[in-house]
Design a binder for this molecule. Sequence first.
Ligand code: AMP
Length: 210
Amino acid sequence: MGGPGSGKGTQAKLLAEATGLLHISTGDMLRASVAAQTELGQQVQKILESGGLVSDDVMRAVVEQRLCRPDCRSGVLLDGFPRTLRQAEDLDSILKHHPQSRVVVLNIDVAPETLQKRLSGRRSCPQCGRIYNIYFQPSKTGEQCEACGGTTVQRKDDEEGVVRQRLEVYNQLTEPLIAYYRRNELLHTVNGEREIQEIYYEIHGMLHGD
Ligand code: AMP
C-alpha cells in the first residue's frame, strides 16, 4: 500500500526479482486492457484518465480471475489492490480459498506534497521507457531523453488536476485501509522518503525476519 507515486510499483518490481513472487499491478493490468482496447479497457478508460477508481465489483472479478491462474501458486505481490474497504473485504474472502496463504501488508509512507511533485513531475520516454522527474531527476537534455533522444511525455493521469483527484481519492478511500490492516496486525509501515535501495533493504529484511 501507499499513495499514488509512493514507489509501490518500483519496490514491487525489485522484490519480485529477488523473491520470485509474481508482481501483479492492477494499474498495469487496467492500462494494458485500455491499450489493447478490450471490453474491460473500453469500460475503464475514462475512469483511469480522470483519476477515479474502477468499481469494486469489476476489480473483484479482475483480481479473482488473475489469482486463479497457476503462475500465482508460489505467491504474489499485489500492487494497487486493495484500494477500498470493500476491496479489502473481498480480498479476505478470496483468500479464504487459499487457506495456506500468509498475508503481509506493506505500507510505504510518503508526505502528500512529495507525492504531488513525484507524480506531476514524472516524464517518460515513449521510445525506451526511461523515467525522469522534472523536480528530482530531470533529463540533462531538457525534454529530450538522455539515453535515446526521444521526446519525453507525461502520463495523462499525471497531469496536475488528475493528480489532485488521485490524491483526494487516496485520502478518502484508501488511507482508511491502514487502520483496517493495523487492527488485524498485518501492517508494516516503511518511510518512503529515502533512496530506493534503502527502502528495498528494509522491506526485504522485514519479509525475511532479519
Ligand atoms: P496505479 O498504476 O496503481 O496508480 O493505478 C492507475 C489507475 O488504475 C488508478 O488511478 C485507478 O483508476 C485504476 N486502479 C488501479 N487499481 C485499482 C483498484 N484496486 N481499484 C480501483 N481502481 C484501480
